[in-house]
Structures are given as structure tokens and as C-alpha cells.
Design a protein around this ligand. Sequence first.
Ligand code: ZN
Length: 167
Amino acid sequence: MAAASPEVVRDGLVVDIAYVLRDEKGAELDRSDADDPLAYLHGAENIVPGLEKALTGHKVGDAFEVRVAPEDGYGAHDGKQPRPVPRSVFPPKMRLEPEMQFELEADDGDVMPVWVKRVDSENVWCDTNHPLAGVTLVFNVEIVGLRPATEDELEHGHPHGPHGHHH
Ligand code: ZN
């Protein structure tokens, strides 16, 4: 006999969600529709903490709005503006375009994630703030699927399969 399907969202389950993400003014930032949901592994920090927490304990079919403060989303904005990094620092063949994310090693050896804001002929303007830092996130989310994670998924910390992570 097959194990019973999990009933509510908890750690170790793969959750499929459909969602629309807007900012506080109602501008759409991102979405994933029910016919092409996002799969994530609950409890593995695949999604922002505020949304993960709000989904805990809900069941398939539940649909609701979640407001996530920056601290539980992509962090507060530290006020720092993008800095120019000379193109010569990057491998010559590397494609550089806005919204790319990579890690930059500072002179003191610290490694930090940066996001490309814009690129000109001499510089790549790098922002240490996530593009959604400082933004209150308003999710309209619906849980469309729930299943136990496989051993591999638990080990990798993310779901596999059609809506999950591809290697
Ligand atoms: Zn994997």
C-alpha cells in the first residue's frame, strides 16, 4: 500500500505553488501560473523566508495573500549605490548584461553577491543590494501540489522534475 499523501505543508515536502508577486503599489514583479507552477522544497530556503513561513501548515487548494516585509524577503536596502567595476576584471568572453548575478571578491578577500545594474563600454555597474531589497513583497499564492521529497532532493536541498531544478 502506498503511503498516504501529505496533507499540509511542512519541512521535507516538495510544494508546487502558483503565484503572482507584486510590490505595494500593485506593479507585477513576477508570476508562475497554475499550469506551470514553481516547485520548491519546504524548509530548505528555496524561497524567501516570509513566504515559506506563511505557507507552513496550509493544504492543496489554499489560496491567500501574503505580505512579506523586506527583512523577511530580499533584505533591507543598505543605501549603497551601484559601483563601477572595470570590464577588464572579467574574462573577455564573458557575456555581461543587466540582472546577472555573480560573486565578487573584494580586495580584502571577502566574497559578496552582486547584481549587474547596467553595462557600458568601460564598466560593469554592480549593486550589492538584491534588485528587490527594501521592497515589501505582496504574493497572491495558491498551493497546487504537495508530495514527499525524494532522498536525492533532500540531499540536494531542492526539487527535481519538470518544475524543479535541472542539472
Ligand atoms: Zn539536485
